[in-house]
Design a protein around this ligand. Structure first.
Ligand code: ADP
Ligand code: MG
Length: 696
């Protein structure tokens, strides 16, 4: 039997391998440059590259690639082989330090939102040495950042790394104030819980909507849905278990800490959660996880659906982004401490997050805005589009007592004073944990639950890191100049609670009453992607990102352009796929069935005039009306699609798609789904929800 501990990380050029393959001097220099975030000098890079190549070749690799995350949402790789001709007409295997640290690539086919001038199509990739290289399918993959030749970020990793530096800078200032002399850096950590669906490959292939768009555009609800809740944490089917076993093995070889696996609420829905790690690595690993999930599913004759809403009327898939911040000495700053001083520090970080989430609720909403996720947020299965924080009753009561200068709890006689009193212990895993909150405190971390399942976690974490960095900066500016630290700290915390408590909501986020209450509190409710995206470039948000050097203003506008375009493209593909399926599959099939019914009626009449034809006649009437409605919707959809040509500008176009295309698609679907319920199964041209959801 293979022991996991023996093969875990065997495809990773990790610390252990580096130590064994590099000279002590090179190893130490490499570690130091990684830690300080400086660039490698060429002789060190050459030595590392040579070791990496030897290691990779010994494991059967023939190629290398700079593995990066362009704004397409998926990873990109261009393979180069190690071979280089030698004088004797043979080849030697080569890989230089220059090739390791920096690659050149043709950037012209990746979305740039207008950043890349056409005359300068080149881009370059630069090694993120804090994320280990690994071997995947015989290719040495080097995790890299991707920029235009002018230095503009064209990917997800660059801004994420910049945001990690920003929060490190500001958190260090705050930690100094509390006398943490031993701490030299802080890092944010992330553990993303990944939801997905598995469907049978043969059934999948018969659904053009799934093939082209990843979600079903038609489909009547099956007799059995998820109402029995029998699937959640249910026994895992053997075929799914075999998939999970393979998946775990592959991920473990790549050093991904895949930890928990279980069935989710909907039939055919599952979840995988890793052990958390440093944010940029967690982002790389989540990207890898999604890729490997799809690959392994195919091997098991299944398809892994990562779309946010593959099936209407059945829960969609999200990704819970568990986020925290900890020091290089191993202290989790979101863990309430044991001493009054530790508690005060905890409260200050907590308040920074309260204020960050309140001040930048628009950005958090923007960070999860995609066409796919619009089907989930606010749909009574996922958090609403309104951003709020869950703190739990106990912590909320503590904050209230600080705000009002009132005693905390029944037993306490004295007033709660920051820096003097210890906080009560908060239960970490209470069973009544709120699962409807978009941003929930779960004992020693926050869980941001609005992410769509297919999203990269880089965008949301770039925003959380930068927003919290900004508030920590404001706090440090104020506290560094205070005469009396304790008093200033108490006043600051009190003020933040008073000003930002509107963002705290401990109730049921799925309740409509909350939306009313949230509106009263002045919280934003940006229902759709076209509503949300323009907020990205609000003046305060440009100020935030540029002052912390996370995005330049140019980069922000380019990103907005890319996001708007991708929304429009997605809806456009869906609309076209839908019209196509209706015209070429559904309507012809229904027509054939109508003919069969008509022929039956005629045949019956020929036998005996008085034979009852009520079933045939009534069905024929109903499906004829529905067919006419569906056909009218197809025509309306095609006309509306034609209308897109007249709309100028990506922002306007996205609104057009939302207001003029999506509603027609819904109408078409309604008629078609009703038809599905009337037409004989023998005639219905595409697999049903029942086939898809219970086919594995
Ligand atoms: P649940 O489904 O109850 O929310 P899971 O165990 O599925 O819990 O997922 C919790 C996730 O939170 C895991 O990925 C875990 O590693 C992660 N996590 C735990 N502590 C931290 C932390 N300090 N920072 C970031 N993520 C964390
Ligand atoms: Mg969770």
């Amino acid at each position: 039997m293979k022991l996991v501990s023996d093969y875990f990380g065997c495809m990773v050029f990790d610390d252990k391998v580096m130590k064994s393959m590099l000279s002590e001097e090179i190893y130490n220099t490499l570690k130091r440059t990684i830690k300080d975030g400086r660039s490698l000098n060429l002789s060190v890079a050459n030595a590392v590259a040579a070791a990496m190549k030897d290691w990779a070749i010994s494991l059967g690799a023939t190629h290398y690639t700079h593995w990066f995350q362009p704004m397409t949402g998926i990873t990109a790789e261009k393979h180069d082989s190690f071979i280089s001709p030698d004088e004797g007409g043979r080849v030697i295997m080569e890989f230089s330090g220059k090739e390791l640290v920096r690659g050149e690539t043709d950037a012209s086919s990746f979305p740039s939102g207008g950043l890349r001038a056409t005359f300068e199509a080149r881009g370059y990739t630069a090694w993120d040495a804090t994320s280990y290289a690994f071997i995947k399918d015989g290719v040495l993959c080097i995790p890299t950042a991707f920029c235009s030749y002018g230095g503009d970020a064209l990917d997800q990793k660059t801004p994420l790394l910049r945001s990690m530096e920003a929060i490190n800078r500001q958190a260090m200032r705050v930690l100094k104030l509390f006398g943490n002399e031993d701490v030299t850096s802080v890092k944010t950590t992330v553990g993303p819980e990944q939801e997905y669906f598995l469907v049978d490959k043969e059934i999948f292939k018969k659904r053009k909507d799934l093939v082209y768009t990843g979600r079903t555009l038609f489909g009547a609800p099956p007799p059995k849905g998820q109402e029995l809740e029998g699937h959640y944490y249910g026994v895992i089917k053997p075929r799914v278990q075999a998939f999970m076993n393979d998946l775990n093995e592959e991920l473990w070889k790549l050093g991904v800490l895949a930890k928990t696996e279980h069935n989710e609420a909907a039939p055919a829905q599952h979840e995988l959660a890793p052990v958390f790690t440093t944010t940029n690595i967690a982002a790389d690993h989540n990207q890898l996880t999604m890729e490997i999930m799809q690959k392994i599913a195919k091997k098991h004759d299944m398809v892994c659906l990562l779309h946010e809403k593959p099936f209407a009327g059945v829960n969609g898939s999200g990704k819970h982004n568990n986020w925290s911040i900890s020091t290089n000495t191993g202290v989790n700053l979101l863990e309430p401490g044991d001493t009054p001083s530790e508690n005060a520090q905890f409260l200050l970080f907590l308040c920074a997050i309260l204020k960050a989430v309140d001040d930048y609720q628009d950005l958090l909403r923007v960070s999860v805005a995609t066409a796919g996720n619009d089907h989930r947020l606010g749909a009574h299965e996922a958090p609403p589009a309104v951003v709020s924080i869950f703190l739990g009753t106990e912590l909320t009561e503590v904050l209230e007592s600080i705000e009002k200068d009132e005693p905390y709890g029944a037993k306490e006689k004295e007033l709660m004073r920051v820096g003097v009193h210890t906080l009560p212990k908060f239960p970490k895993d209470t069973t009544d944990r709120n699962r409807t909150s978009p941003f929930a405190f779960t004992g020693n971390k926050f869980e941001f639950r609005m992410l769509g399942s297919s999203a990269s976690v880089s965008g949301p974490n770039t925003i959380i890191n930068t927003a919290v960095a900004e508030i920590l900066k404001q706090f440090a500016d104020e506290l560094e100049t205070a005469d009396n630290f304790e008093t200033a700290l108490h006043d600051l915390i009190k003020r933040v609670i008073t000003e930002h408590k509107r963002i705290i909501f401990n109730g049921n986020g799925y309740d409509d009453a909350w939306l009313k209450e949230a509106a009263k509190r002045g919280l934003l409710n940006l229902k759709t992607t076209p509503d949300a995206l323009p907020y990205f470039v609000k003046e305060k948000n440009i100020a935030l990102f540029t002052s912390h050097k996370v995005y330049t203003e140019r980069e922000m506008y380019s990103r907005l352009e890319i996001l708007l375009e991708s929304y429009c493209n997605l809806v456009n593909i869906e609309a076209k796929a839908m019209a196509d399926m209706a015209k070429k599959e559904i309507l012809p099939a229904v027509s054939k069935y109508a003919r069969a019914l008509s022929e039956t009626i005629l045949a019956k009449k020929a036998v005996c005039d008085s034979l009852d034809c009520s079933y045939e006649k009534e069905t024929l009437t109903a499906i004829s009306t529905l067919t006419a409605n569906a056909y009218a919707s197809v025509q309306a959809l095609e006309k509306a699609l034609d209308g897109t040509k007249k709309v100028k500008g990506a922002a306007k176009l996205s609104v057009y798609y939302k207001d003029k295309i999506l509603p027609v698609m819904e109408k078409l679907r309604a008629s078609a789904d009703e038809l599905e319920n009337l037409v004989s199964a023998e005639y219905w041209p595409i697999p049903t929800y029942g086939d898809l959801l219970f086919g594995v």
